[in-house]
Ligand binder design. Sequence first.
Ligand code: F6P
Length: 526
Amino acid sequence: MVWNTQRLLEVARTRLGNAQLIVVANREPYIHRYREGEVEWIRPAGGLTTALDPVMQACGGVWVAHGSGEADRDVCDAAGRVGVPPDQPRYTLRRVWLTREQEEGYYYGFANSCLWPLCHQVFCRPVFDPQHWQIYRQVNELFAAAVLEEAQNGPALIFVQDYHFALLPRLLKQVRPDLIIAHFWHIPWPEVDKFLVCPWARDILEGLLGNDLLGFHTQHDCNNFQECVDRTLECRLNREEFSIIRGGRQTRVRPFPISVDTDLPRRYLGPNWESRAAQWRKKLRLGQRPLLVGVDRLDYTKGIPERLQALDHLLRHHPELKGTFHFLQVGAPSRTHLPAYRDLAEQVEELTERINWEHGTSHWRPVVLLQEHYGPEEITLLYRMAAGCVVSSLHDGMNLVAKEFVATRDDERGVLVLSRFTGAARELTDAVLVNPFDVEELAAGLYQALTMPLEEQERRMRRLRAQVLEHNIYRWAGQLLSALGRMAPDVTAPATATVEAAGLPHLPAAATHHQTVDSLAPLTRL
Ligand code: F6P
């Protein structure tokens, strides 16, 4: 049976009963900003929002996120709520406002200068700054207060996203033990010796054990997490059930490889995509040459310099390819406040300039670099126009660009060149798998993409599509909900703690409302 919005909705109805679904993610799915004096909205770059927005559109509920757009406040009510998608609201976005200092310490600081490099195998030293840690804790408390306010009217399933909120599950559980809390960690979990250098490793693990269910992309990440807990905390590991028992509470740890909505590409392309493609070709002077595309946030984990170096290597060793194709790299600006990201943007520009200078002519530039933010309609068009898509992440939890490319290619053509060090490589084994640290192997992958016979492209793409179409985002969400449903009887305990006891900001009286086990009936009956 195919997973689609309808099936997910049915699962959500059975599993959630009358419990409210509350997603917590740092990044908001819609950002409001000013353009020529008018308010407009955009979808941010990044896999998390792309993956979760269709789920929320299907299930309804509340998404609690940092309100980061310059016009965000202007479209919200006094509590920071606004219906989204803005053109056809289906769920509520509850924005949390952060000061510059909080954004600096929590988002740029602890989340993206400490946890991001700590969890990725990219040889970038994490920053361990006690001030960042302090603010990270403070912002987790701020979000806990917002979630408790949203959940004050009854049972709720809180679905926490990512490394921005490692402390949130425990904070919530202390106040409302009746809440069902699931957390999905969208980035890799490092091996034990790497993780334990973090001065706050123990607090992070304790925070995450506030969850009833903790999901990672791969079994390897789950194993790494369990080993970290085993080495650090007094607890019991149930290796058969993949769970951790600490202080009488149980946290299940499971892999749930995330995916995409496979129906969206057709909608984004629309009927006249070929004329839009022709306009792009004209504007960028691409002629009719085949395109290899890369679509990434400009992030040092994505292996963008490595892919440009491989292209350089390819052109040196296969001069006959000169003038025959273009490499089009979309690099969406990301976290530009951090020097490491600004340095990367500069490095990518320099490499592009050098390669175009050395190999290009007045009629042909090998690399076309677009350092801008593009919406899904344009990105999908590029996937459809491409002869191949290159994903060369040095380490990546999943990488949804790979799956989006496959989902777009209903013509069963096009080659995916994919880093072995992505979660996606475990599922997409018919891609051309490469080690992005090996310039010769990556260059050989690019060569293969440019020369692969059509029959082989079709054979591989058919298998890739079968995998992605079956394992789509609705299946991911449905399986998470089902896993929660199965464990619900274990997670209901009488509520005793108060907001004050957890040291959280004082909430309005109604927010300290406590659930009884009975009020969770729809969940516990499963
Ligand atoms: O996958 C990790 C992640 O932080 C996601 O939360 C998000 O999709 C992506 O990277 C983009 O990051 P940011 O929200 O910091 O722009």
